[in-house]
Design a protein around this ligand. Structure first.
Ligand SMILES: Nc1ncnc2c1ncn2[C@@H]1O[C@H](COP(=O)(O)OP(=O)(O)O)[C@@H](O)[C@H]1O
Ligand code: SF4
Ligand SMILES: [Mg+2]
Length: 336
């Protein structure tokens, strides 16, 4: 990957991770061989249509998968050490202290009968062993950090706007000083202006605290502001992974191209936005070969039978038969 984070040591390494869900006796594969590296301070967007496996990837990394999930292969390493992702108790020391998650619509998960300062102080007491007084002081510091005056800490959740409540959730996620924050559609339930403010806050916190960020979104247009890199997911696999410039200026995968064409761009004066034809696949009955082939305008015969590998092409990763010969050229050059 040609980005400025390349020289930094890996913080998180996800290696060939596959997860199945069991439902009514049927196992379906939600993510299949997902691999990526996240470095300190780097921010990566995980983008794809609903059901493409973004949340499953994030929850697997944080050890927060639902009980009907099963790891079928792969591993996750944090600072080089293998994480016990399939062991809830084993993941407890890691969760919130090293990796924190801000969930979609998390603001509605605040306890309505407790003041927000108390709710932010809670993880400081439970995880960091602070006294009540120390935890309350830390909670007020965290409120200021996310742009809420600390005297608002006495408020109950219903006294705050949706944007303010999402800021409280971000403060809670930061309470134990994690090095990785995962935002799973953290702005989806908010209006456009508040969404922009929250994304700006995440970008500021990231540089101020040298956080690594995984931002999950189905909306490719929001990643430009706060991400260095974009990973595109389709049917449980990463199909393209490049810097923001590589993805937006020269997308290689036909699915990425269609996603970009479906972003409204008032500046271009274009009135017609192309939508992606067809529907995302049913994972119980995944299409053969490249899972995108029934919707792909460039599909060839080989696409219906052979799963394309995620190869390195021109400094990024792409899984598409259109780029197979270029990937081979890259491999030959690498060994020359
Ligand atoms: N708890 C679950 N039980 C069964 N299937 C699930 C569960 N959670 C997610 N899935 C399925 O796994 C696939 C990936 O889902 P998910 O990771 O939530 O995707 P995304 O976040 O991209 O929308 C989807 O087909 C979804 O229906
Ligand atoms: S492998 Fe084939 S079907 Fe899949 S994206 Fe590439 S050209 Fe389209
Ligand atoms: Mg999701």
């Amino acid at each position: 990957m040609t980005d400025c984070f390349q020289s930094r040591a890996p913080l998180l390494e996800v290696d060939g991770l596959s997860v199945d869900y069991g439902l009514k006796g049927v196992l379906s594969r939600a993510i299949d061989g997902v691999s990526f590296v996240l470095r300190a301070g780097q921010s990566v967007a995980l983008v794809g249509e609903s059901g493409s496996g973004k949340t499953t990837t994030a929850m697997a990394v944080a050890g927060l998968l639902s009980p009907n999930a099963r790891f079928s292969s792969g591993e996750v390493r944090y600072r080089g050490n293998r994480l016990p992702i399939d062991n809830d108790a084993g993941m407890r020391p890691h969760r919130w202290s090293e990796t924190s998650v801000v969930f979609q619509g998390a603001m509605n998960a605040l306890n309505p009968v407790h003041r927000i300062v108390k709710q932010i102080a809670e993880p400081c007491i439970m995880k960091l062993g602070m006294s009540r007084g120390e935890a309350a002081a830390r909670a007020r510091e965290l409120l200021e950090l996310v742009g809420i005056p600390s005297d608002r800490g006495a408020a109950y959740p219903h006294e705050l706007s949706g944007g303010m409540r999402q800021r409280v959730m971000i403060a809670m996620a930061l309470a134990c000083r994690p090095s990785i924050i995962i935002g799973d559609e953290p702005t989806t339930a908010l209006d456009v202006i508040t969404q922009a403010q929250i994304l700006k806050l995440l970008a500021e916190l990231r540089s101020q605290l040298n956080l690594a960020l995984i931002l999950i979104t189905h909306d490719l247009s929001v990643v430009v502001e706060c991400c260095d890199r974009v990973m595109i997911m389709y049917a449980g696999r990463i199909v393209e992974d490049g810097t923001v410039a590589q993805i937006f200026d020269k997308p290689k995968h036909p699915y990425t191209r269609l996603l970009i064409e479906s972003i409204p761009n008032p500046a271009s004066g274009k009135r017609i936005i192309r939508s992606i034809p067809g529907d995302p696949p049913n994972l119980v009955n995944r299409p053969s070969g490249c899972a995108f082939h029934p919707r792909c305008p460039s599909a060839m015969a080989v696409c219906t039978t052979e799963i394309p590998r995620l190869d390195t092409v021109g400094g990024e990763r792409v899984a598409c038969h259109l780029h197979r010969s270029l990937a081979l050229d890259d491999k030959v050059a690498a060994h020359a």
